[in-house]
Design a protein around this ligand. Structure first.
Ligand code: XCC
Ligand code: SF4
Length: 630
C-alpha cells in the first residue's frame, strides 16, 4: 500500500488550538473569538438588500418595505451592491498589476530590479507588436511598461490580451458589451452605474460586473502576472514545504504577507545575503528563515522555493508561535488584528505600502528606487529583534508537508510534453494535455481558487473537494489560499498520486507531477485563463466547451468576486461555496446562475453543501464531455 500520508484537518485544528492557548496566556485576541461576537450576521447585509449609497437611506428591503425611498427595489439594490463589490475587487487586483508595471519601468542593469526573463519580455513585445530588433532590453522593458500602464486609461479600444482568446470569442464579448475597455474606465463606469439614480436594472448591472471582472482578469491581473515573470522569472517546478512547521525555532523568522512580489523578492534577496546571515549569527541565531502567508507567499514559493507558513486564516498563528521576529506586509488580505496581536509578543509588524497602513505597525515605506535599502533595514530590524523573544512563549507546531510548486503555463506545457505517446511537441502546445483529456485518462480539470472564510471550516472544503476530484481522475490546478490548503494537506506532494484515480495516477507518474498543480497567487488566475484559451485554440473549440470548471469554495474577498466574474466572463462555469450577498433578489440569482449563459456560455452555481458542490462539478464536467462526444 501507499506510503502517502496526508495532514488531516483535525491535526491542523489541534495545532491551532495549542497556539490559541499561548494566546490566552498573553491576552491575545483571535478571529475565532471575533467571529463569535459577530454572529449572527446582519440578515439585510447577508441578502444584499441594504442600500446606503445615498444619504436619504440607509434603506433596507423587507416584505413590508419593498422599495427604498427613491423607489429602488431589491433587485436593483442587490445588483448595485454586487457591481460595487466586483469593481472594488477589479480595482484592487489591477492596482497591484499597475504597481508591477511601475516596477518594470524602474528596472535597470545596475538597479534594484532587473529583467530576469528577457525571453518572455521579447515574446510579449512581439505579441503587442512592439519592435524589438536591436533594442536594449531595458529600453524595451520601459517601453512595454509604459504601454502596459496605458492599458489602464486608454481612451479607445479593448484590452490587448483579449487577442489571446480563441477565434470569435473576443468578437462575441464585444457584441455583448462585456469586452473590457481601459481598466480604470471599467472600474469608474461601474461606480458611476451604481451611483444613486443610475442603473437599477439587474441585467445591466450584471453585464457591467462581468466587464469589470474581465478588465481585471484579461487586463490588470494578466499584466501583473506576465510582468512579474519578466521581473522575477517565470516559475518552474520547484520543491518547497508548507505549514507552520517551516518556521525554525533557532533562526530569525521573517514572515512575508500580502501580494506584491516587489517587496517579498527583495526581502528574500537580503535575508539570503552572507552579510545578513553573519549578522543573525552574531545576534545569537543560527540563521534566517523567510516564510510566507497568503499570495505573496505563493509568489516567492513559485520562484524561489521559499516555504509557505500558511494561508489566510493562519496569519495570526504565525505570530502566536512566539517565534516570529517580523511579519512584513505589503497589500491586501492583511488582518488589522496583526497590530494589537504583535504587541502581545516581541513581533514587529511592519507595513510597507501607502495603500495598506495600519495602527500598531511600524511603517517603512517601500518603493522601487529605495527597495534595496528598505529591505535591508527590515531584515536588520528582524535580526535585532531576535534577542527580545520570550522563550517560554515559543511553540512552533511540528507540522509541515512537502510540495512541488511552480506550474506556470509554460511549465505545464513543458512538463506534459513527454506524457503521451505522441512525439514531443516542438512548438510547445497543450496537445499532450488535450490528448489525456480526450482519451478520458483525465476527465477534466478544475481550477480551485480563493480564500478561507470562517463560515466554512478552514481548509476543509478545499481539501475535501480536491481529494474527491483527483480520485475521479480530474486534475486540479490551484492558486491563492486554495493552493496553500492543498500544500499543507500534502496534495502537492508527488506521492499524492496514490489517492488519485488510475488515469490521473498514471499521468502523474509519467509526467512526474503532483495531482494538484500550484499555478501561483490570485492574480495568477490569469494563468489559468491563458491555459484555458490555449486548450481551446489547440482543440478548435470555444472555452465554454472544455470540460473545465472553476471553484472557490471558501472565498471571502471582493477580489474573489471580480475573479468569479472574469472566469464566468471567459466562459468557464464557476462554483461557489459561499453566497455573494445576492440571495435577496430572485432576479439577480437567476441572472447569475443562468442568465449570463446567453452572453458567455457560462454561469455560477452556489452550493454551501460541499459534498453536493463536488458532485455538481463532476456532473458538469461529464456533461461537457458528453456534448463533445468524448
Ligand atoms: Fe487573500 Fe490572495 Fe483570498 Fe488568500 S485567496 S485570502 S484574496 S490571499 Ni487570493
Ligand atoms: Fe435608499 Fe435609494 Fe438612497 Fe439607496 S439610493 S439609500 S435605496 S434612497
Amino acid at each position: 500500500m501507499s506510503e502517502f500520508k496526508m495532514t488531516t484537518i483535525e491535526e491542523m485544528e489541534a495545532a491551532t488550538n495549542r497556539l490559541l492557548e499561548t494566546g490566552a496566556k498573553v491576552g491575545a485576541d483571535a478571529w475565532q473569538f471575533r467571529v463569535k461576537n459577530q454572529t449572527p450576521h446582519c440578515k439585510f447585509g447577508e441578502q444584499g438588500v441594504c442600500c446606503r449609497i445615498c444619504a436619504m437611506g440607509p434603506c433596507r428591503i423587507t416584505p413590508k418595505a419593498p422599495r427604498g425611498i427613491c423607489g429602488c427595489d431589491a433587485h436593483g439594490i442587490v445588483g448595485r451592491n454586487f457591481l460595487k463589490f466586483t469593481a472594488a475587487g477589479a480595482a484592487t487586483h489591477s492596482d497591484h498589476g499597475r504597481e508591477i508595471c511601475h516596477t518594470l519601468y524602474c528596472t535597470a542593469e545596475d538597479g534594484n530590479y532587473k529583467v530576469k526573463d528577457p525571453d518572455k519580455l521579447l515574446r510579449l513585445a512581439k505579441e503587442w507588436g512592439v519592435e524589438t530588433e536591436g533594442k536594449d532590453i531595458y529600453d524595451l522593458a520601459h517601453e512595454m511598461a509604459e504601454i502596459g500602464l496605458m492599458e489602464y486609461g486608454k481612451p479607445f479600444g479593448y484590452q490587448k490580451f483579449l487577442d489571446r482568446m480563441p477565434e470569435g470569442q473576443k468578437e462575441k464579448l464585444i457584441e455583448n458589451e462585456i469586452a473590457p475597455r481601459a481598466i480604470d474606465r471599467e472600474v469608474s463606469t461601474s461606480l458611476h452605474m451604481a451611483h444613486m439614480g443610475c442603473s437599477s436594472l439587474p441585467e445591466a448591472l450584471v453585464k457591467q460586473s462581468l466587464r469589470a471582472g474581465m478588465a481585471d482578469g484579461w487586463g490588470g491581473s494578466m499584466m501583473g502576472t506576465e510582468f512579474s515573470d519578466v521581473l522575477f522569472g517565470t516559475p518552474k517546478p520547484i520543491d518547497t514545504e508548507a505549514n507552520l512547521g517551516v518556521m525554525v525555532a533557532e533562526n530569525v523568522n521573517i514572515v512575508v504577507h500580502g501580494h506584491d512580489p516587489s517587496l517579498s523578492e527583495m526581502i528574500c534577496e537580503y535575508a539570503d545575503s552572507p552579510e545578513m546571515i553573519a549578522y543573525a549569527k552574531e545576534m545569537g541565531a543560527k540563521g534566517i528563515t523567510v516564510s510566507g502567508v497568503c499570495c505573496t507567499s505563493n509568489e516567492v514559493a513559485m520562484r524561489r522555493g521559499v516555504p509557505m507558513a500558511g494561508n489566510f486564516l493562519q496569519q495570526e498563528n504565525v505570530v502566536l508561535t512566539g517565534a516570529c521576529e517580523a511579519i512584513v506586509v505589503d497589500v491586501q488580505c492583511i488582518f488589522p488584528a496583526l497590530g494589537p496581536l504583535s504587541k502581545c509578543f516581541h513581533t514587529k509588524f511592519v507595513t510597507t505600502s501607502p495603500i495598506a497602513q495600519m495602527p500598531d505597525s511600524e511603517f517603512i515605506r517601500f518603493n522601487a528606487e529605495t527597495a534595496g535599502e528598505n529591505a535591508k533595514a527590515i531584515v536588520k530590524m528582524a535580526i535585532e529583534n531576535f534577542k527580545n523573544r520570550k522563550p517560554e512563549l515559543v511553540h512552533i507546531p511540528d507540522m509541515k508537508a512537502k510540495a512541488t510548486v511552480g506550474y506556470s503555463v509554460e511549465a505545464i506545457v513543458k512538463t506534459l510534453d513527454g506524457v503521451t505517446n505522441s512525439q514531443v511537441d516542438e512548438t510547445g502546445t497543450t496537445k499532450p494535455l488535450l490528448e489525456c483529456i480526450t482519451s478520458g485518462v483525465i476527465r477534466g480539470a478544475v481550477a480551485m481558487v480563493g480564500c478561507n472564510n470562517p463560515k466554512i471550516r478552514p481548509d476543509y472544503a478545499h481539501i475535501e473537494l480536491m481529494k474527491k476530484l483527483i480520485a475521479n481522475d480530474i486534475i486540479v490546478i490551484a492558486s491563492g489560499c486554495s493552493a496553500q490548503a492543498a500544500a499543507k494537506a500534502g496534495l502537492m506532494d508527488k506521492s499524492a498520486k496514490e489517492i488519485c484515480g488510475a488515469g490521473l495516477k498514471r499521468v502523474c507518474e509519467l509526467a512526474d507531477i503532483p495531482p494538484v498543480l500550484h499555478m501561483g497567487s490570485c492574480v495568477d488566475i490569469s494563468r489559468m485563463m491563458i491555459l484555458a484559451a490555449e486548450l481551446a485554440k489547440d482543440s478548435g473549440l470555444q472555452i465554454n466547451q472544455l470540460p473545465v470548471v472553476g471553484c472557490a469554495p471558501e472565498w471571502m474577498s471582493e477580489k474573489a468576486v471580480s475573479i468569479g466574474n472574469y472566469v464566468v466572463g471567459t466562459g468557464i462555469d464557476t462554483f461557489l461555496g459561499v453566497d455573494p450577498y445576492v440571495s435577496g433578489s430572485s432576479e439577480m440569482c437567476e441572472l447569475l446562475t443562468e442568465g449570463t449563459r446567453k452572453w458567455t456560455g457560462a454561469a455560477y452555481t452556489v452550493e454551501t453543501d460541499i459534498e453536493k458542490l463536488t458532485d455538481l462539478m463532476i456532473e458538469r464536467i461529464e456533461e461537457k464531455r458528453t456534448a463533445l462526444g468524448i
